[in-house]
Design a protein around this ligand. Structure first.
Ligand code: COA
Length: 429
């Protein structure tokens, strides 16, 4: 992608992000900022973000850059800098001066070890928003632990409440610890940028810990924890018995919300042939009639018995559903205003006309490997998003351009920095 030019008329136009992130949690944040118009400078060690070379595939015998990298780093420019060389630090410091936000998701203490704790960064640029994803935060008993998605899900409560009550705890396929944390961080960055406009231009630190982001996303499970009252109270809407439990159990596909719900198999009974149905109180009489029961059936009409007898209800709905595909049931139930959706595989999601209409599986052009699809922008700003998702940058593709046009170094300086090893690793001895 030659010369990506960040847009000038979008929500975050004029905001420069020094993006020191890697893997998923941090890049998910900075990609959202890029899609809202920020100029995101992906600042990589000369070895590059590790995901460039993880989970790669080959097409026609040619190894491609990984989709892991491509799908998290669009609309960014890349510079490689060796922070462990004095010349590299010179470039870094100049970029700090020229940026509004710095984002990292390094392991515990990395930036400080490199010589840049927050006070030093604010010394270089008092307006800088210093944003970081950490596994567990900069302080506290777990501050020195590294974190990956499943660890955050395990420690934030999510894993213990996911899966079959009679089986092992299960990690969610939605990456709530990584991308979920990135989304939280993007909200914090936008708030800090807004704060800067009316606090004399002062930057501040924004930190999101993965464990805490997972806890936030499990908020309603902690609601249920409180409702258990240390074993004195039951969760009536859960299928499995809960009286006496002091922790929230796994409940397979129970909705766990104010209305009971479940996944019900449909014709032709493949691994993803299910609907998810919510027995929303106001439409229960309609649902009962549609599945051949009396609208006032005393097992199901009122919430109390319905909660207690929900497994029986799901069996009867299953008898109805076995004659139809998930799409047929969905269409019929939605006609009746009954909340219901088909369970969609990844294959079905990306081929879905609604997904296409919403531009959530766009084609990205411009990568040397050829065009590819990505998951689109879920935050729709009517004025503020980039017009087009643009491919992820090659490693160091914009090093010279950024050094000169952003940092303001001359041709001679660039050459000097280059020769002093600012952008590369020293040769192996
Ligand atoms: C994800 C994680 C476990 C990876 O661990 P890791 O591969 O050991 O990487 P770290 O972030 O700990 O360290 C990065 C190293 O690269 C070095 N580095 C980074 N950028 C550099 C640059 N431009 N030039 C030279 N060195 C650089 C750092 O100095 C550090 O080296 P050090 O350990 O000698 O201090 C860790 O980064 C982490 O816990 N991050 C926070 C939580 C998180 O985001 N996890 C989810 C990832 S999706």
């Amino acid at each position: 992608m030659a010369n990506y030019v960040p847009p000038t008329n979008k929500a975050l136009s004029g905001v420069r992000v020094l993006d020191m992130t890697h893997v998923q949690a941090g890049p998910a944040c900075t990609q959202l900022l890029a899609w809202m118009g920020a100029d995101v400078v992906k600042f990589e060690a000369p070895t590059g973000d590790i995901t460039r070379n993880q989970l790669n595939i080959s097409v026609d015998g040619k190894r491609q850059e990984s989709f892991y990298f491509k799908m998290l780093n669009s609309n960014k420019r890349s510079i490689t800098v060796n922070m462990k060389s004095p010349a590299g630090r010179e470039v870094f410091e100049q970029l700090v001066r020229k940026s509004d936000v710095i984002v990292d998701n390094f392991g515990p203490g990395v930036l400080a070890r490199l010589g840049y704790p927050p006070a030093t960064l604010h010394g270089l640029n008092p307006g800088l928003v210093i944003a970081a994803v950490k596994g567990f935060g900069a302080a506290g008993p777990y501050a020195n632990y590294k974190a990956y998605e499943p660890i955050a899900q395990a420690m934030g409560g999510a894993m213990s409440v996911t899966g079959d009550p009679n089986g092992p705890p299960t990690i969610s396929g939605a990456f709530i610890g990584d991308t979920g944390t990135g989304v939280h961080l993007a909200a914090g960055v936008c708030a800090a940028l807004f704060h800067r406009t009316h606090n004399g231009g002062k930057g501040q630190e924004v930190e999101v810990a993965m464990m805490e982001s997972v806890m936030n996303l499990c908020r309603v499970k902690f609601r249920d924890h409180l409702r258990l009252q240390g074993g004195k109270s039951a969760l009536a809407e859960y299928g499995p018995p809960t009286l006496g439990l002091t922790y929230v159990p796994r409940a397979l596909n129970d909705s766990g919300g104010g209305h009971v719900g479940s996944a019900i198999p449909c014709k032709p009974f493949g691994p993803n042939d299910y609907i998810y149905l919510i027995a929303q109180a106001q439409v229960v009489p309609v649902l009962l009639k549609e599945i051949g029961l009396d609208a006032g059936d005393e097992r199901f009409a009122a919430a109390g018995p319905r909660n207690k007898n929900q497994n029986e209800l799901w069996k009867i709905v299953g008898e109805y559903c076995k004659n139809y595909t998930k799409y047929e049931v969905t269409a019929r139930f939605n006609e009746l205003d009954i909340p219901c959706g088909p369970l969609m595989s990844t294959e079905e999601v990306v081929a879905d006309p609604h997904v296409a209409f919403r531009d959530m599986w766009p084609v990205v052009d411009g990568h040397p490997d050829g065009p590819y699809n990505t998951v689109g922008m879920p935050i729709k700003l009517s004025l503020g998003n980039v017009d087009k998702i643009v491919t992820s940058p090659g490693l160091g593709e914009h090093t010279e351009e950024i050094t000169k046009s952003v940092c303001g170094f001359s041709d001679t300086d660039f050459k000097r920095l280059q020769e002093s090893g600012a952008f590369t690793l020293p040769p192996k001895k």
